[in-house]
Design a protein around this ligand. Structure first.
Ligand code: ADP
Length: 279
């Protein structure tokens, strides 16, 4: 047995001195109810994670589910902008009220609390992670079927806190063909396994460009490896999204809810199955 350094968190021995694990779980507000919590992750920034979060939430809302988004990407929050939401969040003694989009999706993002949305968040990791926990616990998320968490890219403080403290029902992994897809998926799969959270599937963004004149599909970033990689880890490719100027325009104009995103049907069906399995 190695010499004791009094740090039980880094030791696997079950000796008589062992201290109980701290309870890291964040509790929902007493007025909140959330049926399924879905984390949307990516290996690096700029692959379209926020876009996929927003379009999937909009799709589920169109299908009639009560939907919410918790923007955990505090240093790069883009969720309010793609929905064209500029109202600030309000609160009462009871808690904070998420802001509603035009289509009725409930949002919470640091940009709904900052006076100027261009102000940078210059906080260290633990403060950011604690703020995300507060978004979960102090907001009143009443009657939500699907809560989407737009995670910061990578495997830093915030993803770790979210996986340890929130009851995540499934992960959607967003990739793009330029990425080293297999390495990113491997990291996500390993992190999810370590945290006991199931990966629902892979969504490949910017997968191809469809020529508006002749309808031919072009692999702008080379051939996709998404299916091969997904097969290797036994997870499905749920959707492939093309590069499309309509998508960028809808994001810039705050009209993402009006974009009919039939590309995400596979991901939406998977979420419906997840909900129905337990109802
Ligand atoms: P991430 O959350 O991964 O950092 P975003 O979802 O914010 O990335 O996307 C970055 C930018 O790329 C957005 O401004 C969006 O308009 C644009 N974009 C993402 N995916 C596409 C696409 N498939 N077609 C056109 N523009 C896209």
């Amino acid at each position: 047995m190695a010499e004791c350094d009094q740090n039980c968190s880094s030791c696997g021995e079950s000796c008589g001195e062992r201290k109980p694990e701290p309870d890291l779980k964040a509790r929902l507000h007493e007025y909140s109810s959330v049926k399924k919590t879905i984390a949307v992750v990516s290996g690096k920034g700029g692959v379209g994670k926020s876009l996929v979060t927003a379009m999937t939430a909009a799709g589920m809302s169109r299908r009639g589910y009560k939907t919410a988004i918790l923007d955990a990407d505090l240093t790069g929050p883009s969720i309010p902008k793609v929905f064209g939401v500029t109202d600030k969040a309000t609160g009462s003694e009871d808690g904070i009220f998420p802001v509603l989009t035009k289509g009725g999706i409930r949002l919470m993002s640091i940009n709904l609390l900052l006076e100027n949305e261009s102000d940078p968040v210059l906080w260290r990791g633990p403060i950011i992670a604690a703020t995300v926990k507060q978004f979960w616990s102090d907001c009143i998320w009443s009657d939500v079927d699907f809560m989407f968490i737009d995670m910061p890219p990578g495997t830093g403080d915030v993803p770790l806190t979210v996986f340890q403290s929130l009851p995540i029902d499934g992960i959607l992994v967003v990739t793009s063909p330029q990425e080293l897809v297999s390495m990113i998926v491997e990291k996500a799969v390993k992190m999810a396994n370590m945290m006991n959270v199931p990966i629902l599937g892979l969504i490949e963004n910017m997968a191809y460009y469809m020529c508006p004149d002749c309808g031919a599909k072009h692999s702008v970033y080379g051939e996709s490896h998404a299916q091969k990689t997904a097969d290797q880890y036994g997870i499905p490719v749920l959707a492939q999204i093309p590069i499309d100027a309509k998508i960028a325009e809808a994001c810039d104009e705050g009209l993402i809810e009006l974009l009919p995103a039939e590309w995400l049907k596979g991901a939406e069906d998977r979420l419906v199955a997840l909900l129905e399995k337990e109802t």
